[in-house]
Design a protein around this ligand. Structure first.
Ligand SMILES: C[S@@+](CC[C@H](N)C(=O)[O-])C[C@H]1O[C@@H](n2cnc3c(N)ncnc32)[C@H](O)[C@@H]1O
Length: 485
């Protein structure tokens, strides 16, 4: 058998509100509820989790596990459905949506999260059947999950992955902890996927849990690279922190992290710190005092490339929630003016909150409308235009993004990006710098777009481009530095 006879459709339909049973809520229950809400409301995973954490009392350990289970289940949905299809004899349409979510959760733990004991993964998931008033489905769930558990023949840690050496019964999983090998290859006792040598695109799509059309857009040169990129995008990647030099320094922040038993090391930029694993930074001493922020190293590269100077006036055209604006204000020693514009009123408020915490006063926020042509400033010294994009460089961090993006989205994104870049150039004075930035790896949103704008104008030059390939060392993205003549 090369692959299962049919693909499962995505989750749909209404979920009844379940009455609470007397079993105390735990992280698996929270994850189940979050996944239910995610499929029902079609909103961001972080939003359903935050809503739930606000509604229910949940300790930090359960919160961490519920977050991990929910994000992983959404990100790995296609792989989970592919595996389940082989073990469930009923057609997907014949299995209630809630039971399918429980199957996904159980399968996720058994296959991808071996740090949860398999007996607990099966037992606790089956218990949830009773909690949602489906006690008669317990046997069915137990049977499916036990056969998945039995079908796992081996788990092999490897540092390099070779597509030609993999088979249709093998699932490569990217591991991102520094004390682990880069990958683990899980071998099943039968072929659950397409053969990687016969149809590598389908294999990569199933094991990397990504739509085929999206993989076909990857700027990769070989099937091997495609697989590596797809697997990298199944992990959230390493966490990075940015130190606020106006409130503290990197040494002190590293001491705070060491005291909290968080392994961390200085990054290449003087304000950057790389964290091993993940840490709830809001719980760290110094957070309320504005000592640091979470920001990926490839996002920090935007401000580094623009190199804003104290006293300058800088326009941040797509500013919310303020990652680049606050970084620029720190680099400018809080002297000068940052004009932070955005179309999202709520998101604009987040800039003010961030600036307040970081004790930065040189940022002015401005709500603009989508067809804005006049901005609160012109002839600025420098401008950042960090446009809305496909997010293809950060799919690991945004669990739902891969399922939300549609091939046609590029047709609306690219003209908007072009317009925003043009506006940023128009607002910048002669000799001024402009940085165009995305968290995409798609050439249409990146180098092709910038080149076509530069080709059409004789008042701007392309000075430098920076491409960040996902995993090297962190999030994917693109920046171009332009200079106005
Ligand atoms: C990639 S995010 C910006 C992230 C931000 N620069 C940071 O570092 O935190 C893109 C932003 O563009 C905003 N946006 C979308 N259309 C816009 C427009 N026409 N004018 C200005 N901002 C827009 C969105 O609301 C969103 O906040």
């Amino acid at each position: 058998m090369n692959r299962p006879p049919h693909r499962r459709s995505s989750q749909s339909g209404k979920h009844p509100q379940h009455k609470r049973k007397s079993i105390p809520p735990n992280s698996r229950w929270f994850a189940f509820r979050a996944l239910q809400a995610f499929h029902e409301r079609q909103v961001f995973v972080s939003r359903v989790l935050n809503d739930q954490f606000k509604e229910e009392r949940i300790d930090s350990r359960d919160r961490k596990m519920a977050t991990e289970l929910t994000c992983e289940a959404v990100r790995r949905m296609q792989t989970l459905d592919t595996i389940l299809t082989s073990f469930v004899s009923r057609r997907r349409e014949e299995v209630e949506d809630d039971l399918w979510i429980l199957l996904q959760l159980g399968c996720l733990q058994l296959v991808f999260l071996p740090h949860y004991p398999s007996h607990a993964a099966v037992h606790e998931t089956v218990e949830l059947c009773r909690r949602i008033d489906r006690p008669r489905a317990a046997g069915f769930l137990n049977g499916v999950l036990r056969s998945i558990e039995r079908s796992i023949v081996s788990r092999k840690p490897v540092d390099e992955i070779d597509l030609a050496q993999l088979s249709a019964s093998e699932l490569p999983i990217r591991r991102s902890r520094p004390d682990e090998a880069n990958y683990e290859v899980v071998k099943f006792d039968s072929n659950l996927f397409w053969s990687p040598t016969v149809d590598s695109l389908s294999y990569v799509s199933d094991v990397g849990s990504l739509p085929q059309w999206l993989i076909q857009r990857f700027p990769t040169e070989s099937d091997e690279q495609r697989l590596q990129l797809a697997l990298w995008l199944t992990t959230p990647g390493r966490m990075w922190m940015r130190v606020n030099p106006l409130q503290t320094d990197r040494e002190k922040t590293l001491e705070v992290l060491a005291a909290a038993e968080v392994k961390a090391q200085p990054g290449q930029l003087p304000e950057s710190i790389q964290i091993d694993g993940h840490v709830a930074i809001i719980d760290l001493p110094g957070y309320d005092e504005g000592w640091f922020s979470v920001q990926d190293i490839s996002a920090m590269a935007v401000t580094d490339l623009l190199d804003p100077q104290p006293g300058e006036t800088v326009l941040d055209l797509c500013a919310a929630p303020g990652g680049k604006s606050t970084h620029m204000a720190e680099r400018m020693e809080n002297r000068g003016r940052i004009i932070a514009c955005d179309t999202g009123a709520n998101r604009l408020r987040m800039i003010n909150e961030n600036a307040r915490r970081l004790q930065l006063t040189c940022i002015e926020t401005h709500l603009v409308n989508e067809n804005e042509t006049s901005f609160p400033a012109n002839a600025v010294d420098a401008a950042v235009v960090d446009v809305p994009c496909s997010n293809t460089g950060v799919l690991g961090k945004r669990p739902e993004a891969r399922w939300r993006l549609l091939p046609g989205d590029f047709q609306s994104l690219v003209p908007l990006q072009r317009r925003l870049l043009t506006q940023a150039i128009d607002q910048t004075k002669s000799g001024g710098r402009i940085v165009y930035s995305t968290c995409s790896i798609d050439p249409e949103e990146n180098e092709k777009l910038v080149q076509s704008v530069v080709d059409q104008r004789d008042d701007v030059k392309l000075i430098r481009e920076q491409k960040h390939f996902p995993g090297q060392p962190s999030d994917g993205g693109y920046q171009a530095l332009l200079m106005r003549d």
